[in-house]
Write a protein that binds this ligand. Sequence first.
Ligand code: SAM
Length: 297
Amino acid sequence: MQIQKSFNETSNGEGKLYLVPTPIGNLEDMTFRAISTLKEVDKILAEDTRQSQKLMKYYEIETPMHSFHEFTSVHQVKQWVDYLKSGHSIALISDAGMPLINDPGHPLVQSALESSLSVISLPGANAALTALISSGLPANQFSYYGFFPRSNKDQLEILDQISQRKETAIFYESPYRVHKTISKIREILGDDVLLVIAREISKKFEEYIRGSASELEEYLEKQPLKGECVLLVNGGSEIKQHKRVVDDSLSYKDQVLGLMDEEGLSAKEAIKQIAQYHQVRKQIIYAAFHELDQESK
Ligand code: SAM
């Protein structure tokens, strides 16, 4: 067990590792604390020092910067941890937003914690959460998946999970792939699933495109997207679709039979979907279906 009191002096005079968010497009989205931390630490580790130069110049931050990216070796990570142990402080930043959120830094955090050093994250800009709260989709329960997977198998697995969870799913996606991704989502989750594209957040051409999968697919056919984007999917879509045909007043068996009849599903698939709809284990529906079946024989 480890207890960190972030604002206390460290017992052996070790330095602290600060994780500092930087703007996701609008340079003004820096907090006062983020700026003063970057000015006060001994070194800044940046994903791309040239990219971060603009920010440093804008805020007149003159702290020495070194690069830290996904290819930084274990040996170098250890050297930075030794640097912290010797009483120096470090701020880690990425090109944009929160470090570690689909950005480098986890090995450094892990290694610093293994050495019982303090790791302090500052609140600030992040594309996923910024998009979520203005998307209009439920924001209290959500899953963040990072970039939409490339392989068909992983895509189907994730979309299946989304269909079963009543929570908003958040993806990062390239503007060149978003159309294809939406076609896939439509194919698996249906025409009506609600989607939101949050594009160029905090920048001049910020745009939110909200609508059903079929509406967005049609729109993107005519209007290819540019810029960075976040894609949000309303979860539990499959469950919602089946609300139309599921009559809660019926027994589980009749609900299963209703789905089989109206949608041509196998008993196995209908049992699975009724279980998802009621958020109960499949075995419960299976048992009810089986027992009633036995009785009727
Ligand atoms: N660490 C970042 C964060 O906290 O959001 C994410 C870094 S990830 C490598 C970059 C992806 O984030 C982009 O491809 C895009 O999907 C999303 N993103 C970053 N800035 C964005 C913005 N201004 N508008 C929309 N999406 C953005």
